[in-house]
Design a protein around this ligand. Sequence first.
Ligand SMILES: *[C@@H]1O[C@H](CO)[C@@H](O)[C@H](O)[C@H]1NC(C)=O
Ligand SMILES: *[C@@H]1O[C@H](CO)[C@@H](O)[C@H](O)[C@H]1NC(C)=O
Length: 492
Amino acid sequence: MDGAALSRIGLAGLAVMGQNLALNIAEKGFPISAYNRTASKVDETVKRAVQEGNLPLNGHHSPQDFVLSIKKPRSVIILVKAGLPVDQTIDTLARYMEPGDCIVDGGNEWYENTERRLQAVKEKGLLYLGMGVSGGEEGARYGPSLMPGGTLEAYKSIEDVLQKVAAQVDDGPCVTYVGEGGAGNFVKMVHNGIEYGDMQLISEAYDVLKSVGGLTNQELHEAFSEWNKSELESFLIEITSDIFNVKDDKGPGELVDKILDKTGMKGTGKWTVQQAAELSIAVPTIAASLDSRFLSGLKEERVAAANIFRANGLEDILTHKKLDKKQLIDDVRKALYASKICSYAQGMNLLRAKSLEKGWNLNLGELARIWKGGCIIRAAFLDRIKKAYNRNPNLASLLIDPEFAREMVERQAAWRRVVSLAISVGVSTPGMSSSLAYFDTYRRARLPANLVQAQRDYFGAHTYERVDKDGTYHTEWHKLAKQNKFAAKSRM
Ligand SMILES: *[C@@H]1O[C@H](CO)[C@@H](O)[C@H](O)[C@H]1NC(C)=O
Ligand SMILES: *[C@@H]1O[C@H](CO)[C@@H](O)[C@H](O)[C@H]1NC(C)=O
C-alpha cells in the first residue's frame, strides 16, 4: 500500500457501537481502517460504508494488515467488551504497533484496568487513552459525547478527529481531555450512575401520574411532551414521551404496558455506588436507583408478596381519591426537577472527591458542557450546571449555587406534596424521597448526629466534641444515668 493511501486512524471491534463510530469517523472525512476477528463483521461494515455514501473506510481481516494500513504515529480505537477481550485485543494489535502509536479503549471499562494497561503499554512506548463514549448507537453514528482520559499526548494526536466526530452544541464539540490515567472511564461511570438516577426519577413520575393520578398513556404522552418544553427538556424526557405513543404490534393498547417490569443492568451503576461508599460521598438518589433495579428483578417474589398482603386486606394502592390532574402534573414536574438537581449534586461531588484523591484536576463545568449533547443524559439543564461551576469552580454543592438554591426553594412545596401523596397511597418513590431527604439533611444546620455520638461514646468510649468548647470529651454515661435525675424529679 502506498503512503498516500494510509488511513488517518483505525478501529477494532465492529459490533454495533464500533461499526457506527467507524462510519461516523469516515463520514467526517477521516479515512479509517476497520478490523474485527470475525470476518463477516468486517464485510458488513465495508458494505455499510459503501451504502451510506461511499465513505472512506477500508476493512481488514488480518490484524497486521490492519495496523500497517494506518498512518504513523498510529491511533487505534478499540470497541470490544470490557475486561478480558480488551486485554486480548491489545495483545493482538500491540504486536504490530511501534513506539509513539496510541491505543484508545472506547468501552465502559473499570478505570483501574485502564490505569494498569496504560502502564503496561508504556513499556513498549505506546500511548493510551480510556475514553467514555455515550449516546448509544445513534450517538456513535451521528455524534456521541466523548470522555477521553489518559496520556495527554495521545489525546492531542487525535483531538482533531474527536472534535469533528463528537456531538456539536452551541458551545463547541462534546469532547474534552478529561484528565490523566483512568479519569475518562471514571467520568463515564459516574455519567452512567447519574443516568440510572434520571431514569428512576422519570419512572417514579410516571408511576405517580399513572397509578395515583390515573393518567392514560395518551395523557402521559402529552404531559411529557409539555415537560420537554420546560426546565426538564432532555433526551430522556423526549424518548419517554415517544414511548407512550407506541402501539403494541401484537395486540390492543400500547406496548409500554406489555413490557415485563424487570430492569437489566451492566454494572456501571453499581460501581458508582461502590466508589461513593469508598470515598464517603453520599449518593442516595443513585443508590436508590440501583436498589430499585435489584428489587425490580424479584418479579416472582413481588407477585407472591402482593398476594399475601392483599389476602391480609392491603391493596396495591391504598386510597383512590379524586385528584386535580393538571395540578398533579405540575407538582410532579417540579418534584422531578428538584430531585434531579439533588442527584446531579451527588454525582458531581463524587467526581470532585475522586479528582482530589487521584489529582485528576477534573473541571466539573467542562464535564457538564460535554454532556450537553450526544449522551443519554443530555439536557438543557446541563447548561445551568456548567454556568454554576463557571460562576464558582469551588462550589461545595450544586444545591447552594444561587440559581439552583432559588429553583429548589420554588419547587420544594410541590415536591413535598408529591412525596407525601405517594407515601400516603403506598406508591414507592425511592428516588424522589431520597433526593428530598438529601436536601432536607444538607440544608439543616443541626442534625440528630449529637445523639449518635452520645451513643457511640456510651458503649464504645469513642469520644465526642462539644458545640461550645474545643477539645475531645468522654463521659461515664452509664454511671451518670444511674443517678437518674429526671426520674428522681418526677417522683417528687
Ligand atoms: C469481533 O466480533 C465479535 C462478534 O462477532 C466480537 O465478539 C469480538 O470481540 C469483535 N472484536 C474483535 C477485535 O475481534
Ligand atoms: C423535545 O425538545 C427538543 C428541543 O426543543 C426538540 O428538538 C424535540 O423535538 C422535542 N421532542 C418532543 C417529543 O417533544
